[in-house]
Design a protein around this ligand. Structure first.
Ligand code: IDP
Ligand code: MG
Length: 141
């Protein structure tokens, strides 16, 4: 078992696709172990996407990710990083095959509905960017 970080981006929330996306994760037998509706601050956006800070699309990406509510999740399962990336499809929704989240619902490269970590190291870094230790501890019984 491993875990990854997944976010429904503002376009996914605006388009009421949170349930659809969650349903796809659950049908695949992945487990959502933490989840919240939140807003990405400018600072968090910069930290999250620091690898892209010199790219020409960085400004648009930060404006997009901070423009509205997002749903942040920790997702657990076998090879969680790869499994989630495969459900998401390629970065450019035009290249993402039908059957994937981006392939079924996206058409624009910036507004591509979901973020998923690209490695276990990124997953741990991103999880700690969006969740506190208390939030990760889960509901107490
Ligand atoms: P990923 O989300 O599939 O891991 P990355 O290359 O890490 O893709 O890019 C991060 C995000 O930046 C993408 O999901 C997309 O929203 C945006 N993005 C990536 N490449 C471009 C581009 O060429 N033009 C505009 N936006 C882009
Ligand atoms: Mg990426």
């Amino acid at each position: 078992m491993s875990r990854t970080f997944l976010m429904v981006k503002p376009d996914g929330v605006e388009r009421r696709l949170v349930g659809e996306i969650l349903s796809r994760l659950e049908r695949k037998m992945l487990r959502v172990t933490a989840m919240k509706l939140t807003r990405v601050s400018r600072d968090t956006a910069h930290a999250h996407y620091e690898e892209h800070r010199d790219k020409p699309f960085f400004g648009d990406l930060v404006a997009f990710i901070t423009r509205g509510a997002v749903v942040a999740m920790v997702v657990e399962g076998p090879q969680a990083v790869e499994t989630v990336r495969s459900l998401m499809g390629a970065t450019n929704p035009i290249a993402a095959p039908p059957g994937t989240i981006r392939g079924d619902f996206g058409i624009e490269i910036t507004e591509n509905l979901v973020h998923g970590s690209d490695s276990e190291a990124s997953a741990e870094r991103e999880i700690s960017l969006y969740f506190t230790a208390d939030e990760l501890a889960g509901p107490t019984s």
